[in-house]
Design a binder for this molecule. Sequence first.
Ligand SMILES: *Cc1c(COP(=O)(O)O)cnc(C)c1O
Length: 393
Amino acid sequence: MEIAEELVRRIRSVIGTEESFVPLHVPEFHGRERELLLDCIDTGWVSSVGSYVDAFEAEVARLSGCTYGVVVANGTAALQIALIVAGVQAEEEVLVPALTFVATANATRHLGAEPHFVDSAYDTLGICPLRLRAHLEQVAEVRNGQTWNRHTKRRIAAVVPMHVFGCPADMDGLDAVVADWPMAVVEDAAESLGSTYKGRPCGSLGTVAAVSFNGNKIVTTGGGGAIVTDDAALAKRAKHLTTTAKLPHKWAFLHDEVGFNYRMPNLNAALGVAQLEQLDTRLAHKQALFYAYTQAFRGLQGVSLFHAPEGSVSNNWLVTLVLDPARAGDRDHLLTVLNDAGVMTRPIWTLMHRLPMYQDAPRADLTQAEDLEARVVNIPSSAYLGSREGTAA
Ligand SMILES: *Cc1c(COP(=O)(O)O)cnc(C)c1O
């Protein structure tokens, strides 16, 4: 059996043969988007303040299991601000998985801090707590309740668990490491709106979290992001920093630090409000799609469908295949055949330490991440694929 052709056949049995090209993930607008956007235009409230900004912040916070939400221009900006309010400063280090989208590392550098790359786990694709502990025992020490890198002499101020393709990272494992190696936990929840870990929403599992509403995410504002937290002081500082650090005053332009203009326009927030009204339906459709793939891949040799471990519920943002170790060398052939057959398929990200700007950043042994990098691919995952008759078996 040629595995690539067999995969095309089985994936097509789920996604249908009507469309000659099926994208990885498309934005979908089935609700009040048009109505709310027109309301912004008709009322003139299109820019940096407005009722949709307030409504969207409240709803994003609620869906993330948090008290406060601050919406911003994109997820990368959200992560940068989340790191700042969590106490990360320039010249400090942040533990970041090597297996992530580049924004996680970029947000760290944007504030002048240094990403320190750590290994990933097979069961979650997120940070591996066991490997992290072993690494910290080798390179770090705790002084006065803070964790320091003994080699670079920099403080390790935070760790950023990223919930890969919607699958929650092992947060209990991570919390146990952080109990011994004190640092802030800043979730990169860009991909995981709607996912839960032991019944708690992603975004509520650390000190503060960043969410993304980019066009490829489960819901979109065109471009956008949010900082969510239960900490009133952190939320207040995030709002202040992202809105030019302006002090409230009837007319004077008083700013008390170098702030950012990272606001989300009301137009985008209006789109977001309409999108969030459809989140439950979307999650159901994506679950149905995942189930249909599960059925279709029964008995398939050489490749398995990745699923979240017991206790975790993924939002199924991107459906993920993992090639058997013996098939690692077949990945690119498989990508060629599937993409040529109109089944858009993408590899997981190139590891961060291979990118030119991060090749000199400190890093742990990345054996597991390197192995996953060679074997993980995503297949068409749009919600509409799970909404059609017959798919939701
Ligand atoms: C999308 C994404 C981001 C950044 O979000 P943008 O809105 O595109 O800036 C950050 N981290 C991860 C893991 C992402 O997938």
